[in-house]
Write a protein that binds this ligand. Structure first.
Ligand code: HDE
Length: 682
């Protein structure tokens, strides 16, 4: 048993190991294994003569280079991924027979790819967008893919509208602008004329669309799926990923600045956390609903623009996923991984959600063009860890060497194998839902309330969150040129909340929306980030230090911050060592040129006696920007005087202290709070 477990944990890694190649220290060869004697000069007729066709090395090298790119994903092109493992806390046998959800001792290897949706492969990562959250579980029964997002609902109700949605949000076709942004006419024209988008737009305009870190956002399966147990009994299920660090966001001005300062901000954050051993952990939650309760809500559970309020259907936490290994090669793994909501295992099944049903077609189809043929399942990252056998053969890039003469079913020459497996042997049997109906193109009336849950979301927001939503609408629509589209959107959102629509209508110069309003008063505390976990762990603090600082105190403060999981980084005028008055030295991580306050969660100003005016100005810039982004600011020693000069002492979230111990406790709490919104009214 023990060995079995170990094998399970390591199986994916061992499988990938067969494909890892380290070229360092080797002689250079062609792809045919021929050693190469010269790699800088092409073969020419004479020193100043033309290049010869016969130069097979040149031709092979150049041809390979010319073909190094594959089409980027039509959506979710910009992404970053990591390996990890999943373990269930207790057996879920009562609800599902999925093997990876039975035994807490089993660790299932996973690969997770996070992404933005609209931008191209090279776009910035902190844009306002939905984040993809796709998980591949390499289970002993085959691969199971949970291909979700960080927002629990979607823009549209039927997959046939997906191409329209994406055409509308992508850069406009006549000038290919704007990149990775929804703030333009065609997107908002789509919204106003497809009002099922209302609920999703509320999330999209909220702080959820600008996460602080991929490690600090929730994930959702979005659709209603089914769990089926070994008795054939089904429950409807919605999947949730809950980050143990809580759900945190950037502020919009900060997000835009990071797009320029560090377009790779989120992949860097994920990569560095894993390299440091601060492994991101997400707990898996499920909302379960008995089949007989399908119609007990005032919305249709098949409608992907609706969530199940957690207060009505609690989220049961059933396991956790730890991301503990970075990829070796982004192209081979992150780019070539192929997810598909149709990759399921026995015990997990679909519902009739019309968005999900359409996705079940789209994902394989897209891999055929992107990965160039039907054998993408043979790529190392996509291979299941269990064996796979069937009569599929040939095609571009086939790697398996199938032996024997038989590649059809039924047969007698191979004793009718490979043979289908019975349910008892682990064969996948679709849930036998009774379905009857006329062939029609229409939508159920139960899908037609587009606004109640949008209002539920609005009602659930804290005051700062509401303010951010109003500002996001004002920004996005402020970039829309068509006054008609602006007005249509204001009129549409009056159905969600009149105060919201009136506020942004005023900001974008259109008429106050007429009528509308909503009488929905329900709210759900689980939807507000205000109620999330607030921890200091992995928060990055910029520590501004100049020469002649108080060495003993600083070493002690830095040590205490680190013991709380905070990551202080020294910033000064020049790289090298900054010297304390006691002769001690600290390694400088960044200068004012290479760092920026938007890349940190908080600032701690220590200063140092006798610093130049320029040093103080640079520090002031850091502090002022961090202050305007509501971040914690700390100061001791010289820094306290500086904060007085910068006019930032005695403000909310600003901690100053001569008593170092008291300072540390207070500052850690201020950092953990993440933002100090009460500054808004100061
Ligand atoms: Fe996707 N989606 N999608 N999507 N989606 C793709 O598949 C599609 C939807 C999601 O990191 C594509 O391999 C349709 C909802 C993620 O590789 C494509 C519809 C949700 C990823 C596709 C949807 C998602 C994709 C593009 C409407 C959340 C990135 C490349 C019916 C539950 C996976 C690819 C990765 C990727 C189609 C809607 C999540 C074209 C037709 C809803 C996380 O097949």
């Amino acid at each position: 048993m023990k060995d079995g477990r170990k094998n399970n944990e390591n199986r994916k890694n061992e499988q990938l190991e067969q494909f890892r190649v380290d070229d360092a220290g080797q002689k250079m060869t062609t792809n045919q294994g021929l050693k190469i004697s010269e790699d800088e000069f092409s073969l020419k007729a004479g020193e100043r003569g033309p290049t010869l066709m016969e130069d097979f090395h040149f031709r092979e090298k150049m041809t390979h280079f010319d073909h190094e790119r594959i089409p980027e994903r039509i959506v979710h092109a910009r992404g970053f991924a990591a390996h990890g493992e999943f373990e269930v806390y207790e057996s879920m046998k009562e609800y599902t027979k999925a093997k990876f959800l039975q035994d807490p001792a089993v660790k299932t290897p996973v690969f997770v790819r996070f992404s933005t949706v609209a931008g191209s492969r090279g776009s910035a990562e902190t844009v306002r967008d939905v984040r993809g959250f796709a998980t591949k579980f390499y289970t002993e029964e085959g691969n199971y893919d949970l291909v979700g997002n960080n927002i629990p609902v979607f823009f549209i109700q039927d997959a046939i509208k997906f191409p329209d949605l994406i055409h509308a949000v992508k850069p406009e076709p006549h000038n290919e602008m704007p990149q990775a942004a929804s703030a333009h006419d065609t997107f908002w024209d789509f919204v106003a004329n497809n009002q099922e988008s209302a609920h999703m737009i509320m999330w999209h305009m909220s702080d959820r669309a600008i996460p602080r870190s991929l490690r600090m956002m929730e994930g959702f399966g979005v659709h209603t799926f089914r769990f089926v147990n070994d008795q054939g009994k089904a429950h409807f299920v919605k999947f949730h990923w809950k980050p143990v660090l809580g759900v945190h966001s950037l502020v919009w001005d900060e997000a835009q600045k990071i797009s320029g300062k560090d377009p790779d901000y989120q992949r860097r954050d994920l990569w560095e956390s894993i390299e440091k051993g601060d492994y991101p952990v997400f707990e898996l939650g499920v909302q379960l609903l008995a089949e007989e309760d399908e119609f007990k809500f005032d919305f249709d559970i098949l409608d992907p623009t609706k969530l199940w309020p957690e207060e009505d259907v609690p989220v049961k936490i059933i396991g956790k996923m730890t991301l503990n290994r970075n990829v070796d090669n982004v192209f081979a793994e992150t780019e070539q991984v192929a997810f598909h909501p149709g990759h399921v295992v026995p015990g997990i099944d679909f519902s009739n959600d019309p968005l999900l049903q359409g996705r079940l077609f789209s994902y394989t189809d897209t891999q055929l063009i992107r990965l160039g043929g039907p054998n993408f399942h043979e790529l190392p990252i996509n291979r299941p860890v269990c064996p796979f056998h069937n009569n599929q053969r040939d095609g571009y890039g086939r790697q398996t060497i199938n032996v024997g003469q038989v590649s059809y079913h039924n047969n007698s020459l191979a004793a009718n194998t490979p043979a289908p497996a019975s349910e008892a042997e682990g064969g996948y049997v679709h849930y036998q839902e009774k379905v009857e109906g006329r062939k029609i193109r229409s939508r159920s009336d139960s899908f037609k309330d587009h606004f109640s849950q949008a209002t539920l979301f609005w009602n659930s927001m804290s005051q700062p969150e509401k303010q951010h939503i109003i500002e996001a609408f004002s920004f996005e629509l402020g970039k829309v040129k068509s006054m008609s589209v602006r007005q249509q959107v204001a009129d549409m959102f009056a159905n969600v909340n009149l105060e919201l629509a009136t506020a942004f209508a005023e900001a974008i110069g259109v008429n106050p929306p007429q009528g509308g309003g909503s009488n929905v008063t329900k709210s759900s505390a689980a939807l507000s980030q205000e109620n999330t976990k607030k921890k200091p762990n992995t928060r990055k603090v910029a520590v501004i230090v100049g020469n002649d600082f108080n060495g003993t105190d600083l070493v002690s403060v830095l040590g205490s911050l680190k013991s709380e999981g905070i990551q202080p980084e020294i910033i000064s005028e020049k790289l090298g060592t900054v010297k304390g008055s006691d002769g001690s030295g600290l390694e400088v991580a960044h200068t004012f040129l290479t760092a920026d306050s938007v890349l940190f969660d908080a600032v701690y100003v220590v200063g140092g006696s006798g610093q130049s005016r320029k040093f103080q100005n640079d520090a002031a810039y850091f502090v002022n920007e961090a202050f305007s982004h509501f971040k914690a600011i700390g100061a001791t020693h010289e820094g306290v005087k500086w904060l007085e000069i910068f006019n930032k002492k005695n403000c909310p979230g600003v901690v100053t202290g001569e008593d170092i111990n008291g300072f540390v406790t207070e500052f850690v709490a201020a950092v953990a709070a993440h933002r100090h919104w009460d500054r808004q009214i100061v």
